[in-house]
Design a protein around this ligand. Structure first.
Ligand SMILES: NC(=O)c1ccc[n+]([C@@H]2O[C@H](COP(=O)([O-])OP(=O)(O)OC[C@H]3O[C@@H](n4cnc5c(N)ncnc54)[C@H](OP(=O)(O)O)[C@@H]3O)[C@@H](O)[C@H]2O)c1
Length: 233
């Protein structure tokens, strides 16, 4: 990936951060965008040479500004997304709508912002909840499915640019620290015991699939599952 330009949207923590690290290690010039300044600053300390920018993936103007300086972008990974729990029969409609923003409209904003500039690939983020819906999280289940279907649809519309998605299962990232807090270890142990691989995947393993999709020029419209066999049990 020597000299290639890789942009990670949602890369200050978790899977996106690992994609940034692995792409840089392979020689890419990497730009990471996220909303929070603190995690971006911390990223700069640990990955010197990675450029950072504060941008919200659901803000079309922010994404246009992010990509404006580039004449060419080789690969984009869109990691931005949130887990939103709650049943359809109750809960706040506005919050549920927000959950779809990064997984549907943000993708449109990205595609518009890089028109004529993106050369290689766009990788989106779905999740195991597409095939194994998480009980009580209906809108997240819809969101991951939407991102995966976007990869298939955009593989046709953006060709020859390749568009794929990863579908992570339970992956050990700061997302779960925020959601589960002190019960994380117990919840992870419960899930791990049911998985064929007997453990929770790492952010590095999910990121490895993103790098694979960026680098294999024959793959488009594909969804790669990194779920430890979760769909089978
Ligand atoms: N971890 C899992 O088990 C798992 C499973 C299935 C799918 N996924 C999906 O995989 C993706 C990455 O997950 P993760 O576990 O790595 O999450 P994470 O640890 O919470 O990291 C998410 C990253 O995205 C950024 N982000 C979130 N919303 C954003 C927005 N609107 N605009 C720009 N940046 C944004 C966050 O920074 P800021 O908050 O500062 O913006 C952070 O850098 C997410 O879409 C998640 O839903 C994760």
């Amino acid at each position: 990936m020597d000299g290639q330009i890789v942009v990670v949207i949602g890369g200050s923590r978790g899977i996106g951060r690992e994609v940034a690290r692995q792409a840089q290690a392979r020689g890419a010039r990497v730009l990471v965008a996220a909303r929070g300044a603190a995690a971006l600053d911390e990223l700069k300390q640990t990955l010197p040479g990675v450029a950072t920018a504060q941008a919200d993936a659901v803000d079309a103007a922010a994404l246009a500004a992010l990509f404006a300086p580039f004449e060419r972008i080789d690969h984009i990974y869109q990691a931005a997304g949130v887990f939103v729990g709650g049943a359809a029969a109750e809960g706040d409609e506005a919050v549920y709508r927000q959950a779809l923003e990064p997984r549907i409209w943000s993708i449109m904003h990205v595609v518009r912002a890089v028109r004529g500039k993106l050369r290689g690939s766009l990788t989106l983020t779905g999740g195991v909840s597409t095939d194994r819906p998480a009980p009580g999280a209906w809108i997240t289940n819809i969101g991951t499915a939407a991102a995966e279907q976007s990869a298939r649809a955009l593989a046709l519309d953006l060709a020859p640019v390749r568009v794929n998605a990863i579908a992570p299962g339970w992956t050990d990232t700061p997302m779960w620290d925020a959601i589960l807090g002190a019960s994380k270890a117990e919840a992870f142990a419960d899930v791990a015991a049911k998985l064929p691989i007997g453990r929770i995947a790492t952010a590095s393993e999910a990121a490895d699939a993103v790098l694979f999709l960026m680098n294999n020029a024959a793959i488009t419209g594909e969804v790669v599952h990194i779920d430890g066999g979760h769909r089978l049990v």
